[in-house]
Ligand binder design. Structure first.
Ligand code: AMP
Ligand code: MN
Ligand code: MN
Ligand code: MN
Length: 289
């Protein structure tokens, strides 16, 4: 396989190891069905699914990169940093991710207390029914339970009414620092990517600070084409990538059938003006036979 000729890379999605609804093997099959040529599983704060994903990619004939999506606190918001092509056995990376996951259980109990205060009882136990990895209880699991229990029609409505800043189930949390996340990824031999940059509600100055600090810590890439970006978002971050000399990534951020807007592989291509991040990861890619 020639990485230069490859266009359908999908380097962002989630399995039951974090807040996705499919097993890594099911995702690999969906990726192949969606025409994906190069795939990465990027569970939140966890690399426990990477070995299964790698084996499944081999079985499906997909080229593969290791991946993770790290939750980072920056300028009062949560920023997601995707790591690609690292050694998932690296001890510092694994310790850092374990520490990042560590706050999720007490946070979930606080979220449930906030929901109980507005009359929604049993949310912690309810969310747990949807959790595949006990260390990774996330807002998504609460959202799925709130829909199942009839409190909301769909997941986006739960986030709007209950799980975002100022709402009863929202609990502010201190995640990893940007410098720690990049140190873990780089220490394990990977490349760091700013995930879905158009999703953040930063001022122009804060966005500039993110891009500058990210580059200052050795960050190399930004997601330009991703499930939550509009065509305009992709166009804007094409220019940002070029202006800041960043490599470009592409990924659906697929979580669950019927819940995610974008299927694996079903994304616009990167502009030919961009340098795809996978070209910098040539010797990290597991190629199909
Ligand atoms: P957490 O890491 O527990 O804060 O959960 C964050 C996850 O919630 C993200 O990775 C998304 O999967 C999901 N999420 C965040 N905001 C929304 C939203 N507005 N609508 C649907 N899902 C969302
Ligand atoms: Mn998620
Ligand atoms: Mn994300
Ligand atoms: Mn994601």
């Amino acid at each position: 396989m020639n990485l230069h000729a490859l266009t359908n890379a999908d380097l962002h999605c989630h399995s039951t190891v974090s807040d996705g609804a499919c097993e890594p093997e099911q995702l690999a099959a969906r990726a192949r069905a969606g025409g994906v040529e190069l795939w990465a599983l990027t569970d939140h704060d966890e690399v426990g699914g990477v070995a299964r994903a790698r084996a499944a990619a081999r079985a499906e004939g997909l080229a593969f990169l290791s991946g993770v999506e790290i939750s980072v606190s920056f300028a009062g918001q949560v920023v997601h940093i995707v790591g690609l092509g690292f050694d998932e056995h690296d001890a510092q990376l694994r310790e850092g991710l374990a520490a990042t996951r560590g706050g999720r259980e007490p946070r979930a109990r606080e979220m449930a207390a906030g929901l109980a205060a507005v009359g929604i009882r049993g949310a912690y136990e309810g969310a747990l029914k949807f959790v595949g990895n006990p260390e990774l209880i996330s807002r998504t699991h609460f959202a799925r339970w709130l829909v199942e229990a009839g409190h909301c029609r769909d997941v986006p409505e739960v986030f709007r009414r209950f799980l975002t800043e100022g709402k009863p189930g929202f609990v502010p949390h201190r995640w990893a620092s940007l410098s720690d996340a990049l140190r873990w990824i780089h220490g394990a031999g990977g490349v760091a990517v700013i995930a879905h940059p158009a999703r953040y509600r930063f001022t122009a100055n804060e966005e500039l600070a993110l891009l500058t600090d990210f580059k200052g810590h050795g960050g190399q890439a930004v997601e330009v084409v991703t499930g939550s970006h509009s065509e305009q978002d992709a166009a804007r971050f094409t220019e940002v990538a070029l202006e800041f000399g960043l490599l470009a990534s592409r990924g659906s951020d697929f979580h669950a059938p019927g819940e995610s807007r974008t299927e694996l592989g079903a994304l616009p291509h990167l502009s030919g003006r961009l340098s795809p991040v996978w070209l910098a990861l040539q010797d990290r890619v597991q190629f199909p036979n």
